[in-house]
Design a protein around this ligand. Structure first.
Ligand code: 3H9
Length: 653
């Protein structure tokens, strides 16, 4: 053991048993900033030149190995040395370089590890190349070295999904060589000692198996089909499938592609989304406010929504008590929840132990009094004000005064629900999206009297449920449904003005939505929105433009796909344009004296976007949403807005 050498302010090393142990310490995630790159380069030069050093171990301080390139540096002038240059030095070093993965090795972090001559990981590490999620491709050898290490099919899967692999998978794929059973760095040091003086396995020199041509072609076609117009996955496919060529050639192509994509609008949008997600839980007025402790969650109403919430809560480790109106309904709810858990078991998302543990934490009841031990109760009963008020009044009597009460209403005013209770400061909205165990978005609704620590509790629970919480104020439909209403309204105006449903849907899909609006309507069913429109009819201002085409369809029983017809017809279940619908639309236009005109895709997209952004501006002005990026997160995660467009507020610029 000797004194530490500081190679830069973020990279230092100690020589231990003849091995230079280099530690990167660049909080929060050890990103490969300019200072890290220059420190690493100096460490490699030192190792090569120092006779007493027989090998190198690279590891990270804290819980991350290297989280990747510093995303905040993107768009700024490049500072030497570049990451590919440092990585080349690692691979070419004459002495063994061992990656000791103490935590996540992502993006540029995994690329550093791939160039090392041996990789040891702690059992909690994970590896991945998430660059496509940022609209780019790996830019420091990932698309060329990973296929050399694990083959093209597996590399295609990892790189184009951007997903992370845990150590067991990484070991079986061959990305890592060993999972440390004892101290990680000690294990890495002994690996370095063993490899010293031996022929080193340099990833860039490995050859690629090419026998899986048909499999590769199928996988590539599948990935391109899912890309929804994004460039990064397509470029990744091209680079990986052509990786069987001289390394230098592949690396040059990869670098040029990375640089072009990095400066694209798509990458700017996805970077914005990355930071927006981290920003959304920073809420004004909550600095230093502690959430209330939550161990047991009560869920009222075990229908589709309540069961989904229960599954998310069980997965997060909470005790769950489900309440329904009768013992039979409660038992049915239990069966529904267990059914969802069984599906997770069958798909491998849950192992047998996890399944048993989650089932054991679930109980159901038809008696309010059984919710007495709950720290948080979420209402997922029928969306009717009287029903909810009655429930909250009953709950008020049985739960502790400090327990939190949340309503999952979509359209009712949670202030009115809160006002009916004895402690309105403990009431908030938690608006889940269906299916609640799958959808990431959660609107946390701050009511007029909600206490700050109750909002903080909503956020903390959302995080534990692995949801993306966005705080909203009270307005009809909160952030998402209000913007969605504007989007819907504009689509209907477009119908009257001359576009047909399939033209609007094609424009939206072309923009990147997974499905057009009218196809979504048909899938969800038209009757619920119709019932709401009928309820609101009396209050509607006759001077505002109203499109009655959807009402006409409902009056004709065209309730969507389940009814076999809606905005489209479904002969043999296949969606097709229906001339009857075209005739209904034409009649509606004629009745209002509108002369229809043709709309190019770009104009449809522009009008839809403008309508959403204008509604978003309104929400900001009213203080319902705290920042434009919160609105964008809601639309991306709850309504299918394509992330690579950044959301309606980002895209309007
Ligand atoms: C790349 O590597 C390109 C290369 O192929 C080619 C190069 C030539 N940069 O998520 P957290 C910040 S592209 C800058 O809450 P966790 C983050 O904003 C990169 N900042 O922590 C937050 O800041 P704040 C490929 C970053 O423990 C703080 O760190 N890599 C970066 O839940 C904590 O973040 C990725 O895409 C970054 N790369 O999760 C990995 N990463 O506190 C992206 C994070 O001010 N990162 N920050 O809000 C992650 O997936 C997670 O952050 C990680 C830690 C799993 C590492």
């Amino acid at each position: 053991m000797n004194d530490a050498i500081e190679f830069s302010s973020t990279v230092s090393a100690m020589t231990r048993s003849g091995i230079l142990v280099v530690t990167i310490d660049n909080a929060p995630v050890n990103a490969t900033s300019a200072d890290v790159r220059s420190g690493l380069e100096k460490a490699l030069v030192h190792a090569e030149a120092t006779a007493d050093v027989a090998g190198v171990v690279i590891t990270g301080a804290g819980k991350t190995f290297i989280g990747g390139a510093d995303i905040r540096e993107f768009g700024k002038p490049a500072i030497e040395p570049t990451l590919p240059a440092v990585i080349e030095k690692i691979e070419k070093l004459s002495k063994p370089v061992i990656a000791a993965l103490n935590g996540a090795a992502l993006g540029g972090g995994l690329e550093v590890a791939l160039a090392c001559h041996y990789r040891v990981a702690s059992s909690t590490a994970q590896v991945g190349l998430p660059e496509v999620k940022l609209g780019i491709v790996p830019g420091a050898g990932g698309t060329q070295r990973l296929p050399r290490l694990i083959g093209i099919p597996a590399a295609l899967d990892l790189i184009t999904s951007g997903r992370s692999a845990k150590t067991d998978e990484a070991l079986s794929l061959g990305i890592i060589d060993e999972i440390a059973k004892a101290d990680l760095v000690e294990t890495a040091i002994s690996a370095a000692q063993k490899l010293s003086g031996k022929q080193l396995r340099r990833t860039g020199e490995l050859s690629i198996a090419t026998k899986e041509a048909a499999e590769i072609e199928r996988a590539a076609a599948r990935i391109l089909g899912r890309a929804r117009g994004q460039k990064a996955p397509a470029e990744a496919v091209r680079l990986i499938t052509s990786s069987n060529r001289p390394l230098a050639e592949g690396l040059a192509d990869e670098r040029a592609t990375f640089l072009t994509l990095r400066d694209s609008r798509e990458a700017a949008a996805l970077r914005y989304v990355f930071f927006a997600e981290r920003e959304s839980s920073r809420v004004e007025g909550l600095e230093g406010i502690e959430p209330r402790p939550v161990k047991t969650i009560g869920i009222c109403g075990l229908g589709l929504m309540g069961s989904g919430i229960a599954v998310a809560a069980l997965a997060a480790g909470y005790m769950v008590i489900g309440l329904d109106q009768t013992a039979e309904a409660a038992e049915k709810g239990r069966e529904r929840i267990v059914g969802l858990l069984e599906r997770n078991l069958a798909s491998g998302r849950l192992d047998q132990n996890g399944f048993e543990a989650q089932k054991a934490r679930l109980s159901v009841t038809a008696s309010d009094a059984d919710l007495a031990s709950c720290d948080l109760v979420i209402d997922a009963v029928f969306d009717d004000l009287d029903v909810k008020i009655d429930l909250f009044r009953r709950l008020d009597k049985v739960i502790r005064p400090d327990a939190v009460l949340a309503t999952n209403t979509s359209y009712l005013n949670p202030d009115e629900i809160a006002a009916a209770t004895a402690y309105p400061e403990r009431v908030l909205g938690m608006h889940f999206f269906s299916p609640a165990h799958v959808m990431r978005l959660l609107e946390v609704v701050r009511c007029a009297r909600t206490a700050p620590d109750v909002v903080a509790t909503g956020l903390a629970v959302a995080k534990k449920l692995r949801k993306l919480p966005v705080v909203a104020g009270v307005t009809e439909g909160f952030i998402g449904n209000r913007i969605f209403s504007a989007y819907r309204r504009e689509a209907e105006f477009l119908l009257e003005d001359g576009a047909l449903p399939h033209e609007i849907d094609a424009a939206l899909e072309d923009y990147g939505f997974p499905m057009g609006l009218f196809a979504v309507y048909d899938m969800a069913g038209l009757e619920i929105a119709w019932a709401r429109r009928k309820r609101q009819a009396a209050a509607r201002d006759p001077a505002t433009r109203y499109v009655g085409i959807a009402d006409t369809l409902c009056e004709m029983g065209r309730f969507g796909q389940k009814a076999g017809r809606g905005w489209y017809a479904y002969p043999d279940g296949k969606r097709t344009i229906d001339p009857d619908v075209t005739a209904i639309i034409e009649a509606a236009r004629a009745q209002k004296g509108i002369t229809p005109r043709a709309f190019p895709k770009s104009e449809i997209q522009e009008r839809m976007l403008k309508a959403m952004a204008a509604e978003g501006e309104g929400l900001l002005a009213e203080g319902i949403a705290a920042r434009p990026s919160d609105i964008d997160l809601v639309m991306i995660n709850g309504y299918g807005f394509p992330a690579h467009r950044g959301g309606p507020m980002f895209a309007r610029n």
